[in-house]
Design a protein around this ligand. Sequence first.
Ligand code: LLP
Length: 423
Amino acid sequence: ELTGFTERDGIWFAEDIPLADLAKEYGTPLYIYSKKALTEAYQAYDKACIDHAGKRRARVHYAMKANSNLAVIDCLKKLGAGFDLVSGGELARALAIGADPKSLVFAGVGKSASEIAQALQAGVKCINVESIAELHQINRVATKLHCRAPISLRVNPDVDAQTHPYISTGLKGNKFGIAYHEVLTAYREAALLSQIDVVGIDCHIGSQITSTAPYLDALDKVLELVAQLKNEGIDIHHLDLGGGLGISYGDDNPPDITDFTNILLNRVAERGFAHLDVVLEPGRSLVGNAGILLTQVEYLKPGAEKNFCIVDAAMTELMRPALYEAYHSIVPVETKKIASATYDVVGPVCESGDWLGRDRSLAVEEGDLLAILSAGAYGFVMASNYNTRPKPAEVMVDGKNAYVIRAREKTADLFATEKVLPN
Ligand code: LLP
């Protein structure tokens, strides 16, 4: 899956550039993305949305929360992607790259009145509504703005996506979506509201999902609702199946993308709903393996119970291990003929939860570079300034060329808007 990042004769490259050259030029820690990997991931997904007769059966709306750098979303826009947004901030990013408002869907459990107004004024394709209270809020905002609001209701189908509990969203104990048994009532209510246009139905069951079965369970439940809506004269135009398809971080085994979309889209057709436009909202599966985090070994610290490999990246750059105990492969950027040892790879932050990999066998010395793989999704976007650490630079490689797509933050900027009290 790592099309953009390869090892040749013991040296790791981003496309045609040795990672060590990028470290020298831009410093570490450093996020590096491959335009080729991004492009190929998108094209594979998009191709899987078109059947063998050449008919488009679904459309990709990239979930930009996974990586919302303007260069990343601009590349995807140029390839034809629409977007899935979760905040006014993400809407502003989409508009900043000139995305077509009709290619935007807006999700989230706690959209503020101001965010709803921004979305309506921009003219988004659809707002995915997560509660009856929100439905009324949207109607009020649309009334004030003298406009109509296109909406889908997000169904909580109560299926177990069999993923980490923090990234599972389709269980009835989760805060997301409208409880399955309340959805019909909510649609009836929506149909009566003066400024609301019911245009679709939506569901999203979680993230890093590595089997198709939970998707099918959710789909069947959603299609059941679509049939009931039809009986009541509520006709919808699109079916949004959310995102969540997993990637391989090591030994994960996600379904092949074409098999995945075929299984789902065939089921939609079998149930007689081939006329519905299908929206897919992949995030991680488009960008996860298109990025790495490059870091330098500061110190090796052998110990009685553990050896620590202390690097200049931390939970502040990549929070996933600390937050979900997530696994990311870690490889030396240049293979050395020295003895390897088992290390916990940790950052400089003052927390025991600040680790990036545990019990990794590595042949490394101080000053060596390590690449933390599969860091293109939920990496930089979840970075923080904890411990007053400036966020790293982001670079995109395209063949032999590298472009800084976000400059490294400057320490002074981190507290530039802070003020001490007057005497
Ligand atoms: N659509 C909705 C409504 C979502 O909530 C999400 C992700 C997606 C699409 C995209 O899901 P994806 O294809 O990327 O799995 N920070 C966590 C992942 C949180 C996902 C949140 N929602 C992580 O690092 O694993």
